[in-house]
Design a protein around this ligand. Sequence first.
Ligand SMILES: [Fe+2]
Ligand SMILES: [Fe+2]
Length: 319
Amino acid sequence: MQKTQFINELSIGDDVDSLFSIKYKYNIILYKNGFMFLMGLSDRTGDIEAIYWGGNEKNSTQNVHEMLKEGDIVHVTGKVGEYKNKLKIDIKESNIDLAKQYNIEDFIVKSKENVDALLSHILKIRDSLHDGYLKKLLNDFLTDQKFIKDFKTAPAALAYHHAYTGGLLEHSLNVAKICETLSEIYPNKMNRDLMIVGAILHDIGKIIEYKTTTNIKITENGILLGHITSGVDIVLKKIEKIPNFPELTKNKLIHILLSHHGKKENGSPIEPSFPEAVAVYYADEADAKIKRYIELIEKANGSKEFYIYDSKIGNIFTK
Ligand SMILES: [Fe+2]
Ligand SMILES: [Fe+2]
């Protein structure tokens, strides 16, 4: 079945007849007319909750519930309703089945950039480093095939910015490029190598914070540790394998990772305390926010409104 109906186009009362990825499902519960369960569905345009309304027969609902696994693509027919101000899809008994054929691009968005070219750019940055320890550290990451595979496919977020495969690589390179420019603005005043390696590695914990199948989902690790803690862990493990890695360089690099959200209320356990850390914080903030504006304006394209409202940013002028 060709997918022609997408989540961002759905409105209350619409008939649904389309394919979706299962992001999560809850346990079966009893309601007044029988058994039901709730699940999260997604496609490349967003997420929506759906309720499967089974009948009085617990077994038949249980069979459907057991058949559906996270990451499966399903064919759903139903109707769009509303619950607590959010759209949901009501699925009547038997109106969901596993899809035999689908196009993965309908569910997962890929970076529009050539990720191999982005990676080559990072290799060039590695070659430009002068600090032997930082160069060795970055090289150890870039010659780790498992790491490269993850770095090329990880998203930078679930929704906020660069929320697609390859997004982390794009974002990390952008932050590094902004920091390179800052080091040119302040020649000999900043440790370029420390700042650039910090920029490339600042969000590295996102490799294990998110999992991509037919949808992008936060992992248990992401919920329990978050990408800052995981990132520090990943970097420290690599540093431990490098003999005589200077203690101060290690601590300053780890400080950049820990402080890159800028403020404690934004999840940084410690706030930036030297220029290179301030640089990575603002470069990260600039890239994430500018990209967010661009993505929202692109999404709004076609709308006649001259502005849109985003709950995190506020008003965004779209003309
Ligand atoms: Fe981050
Ligand atoms: Fe970031």
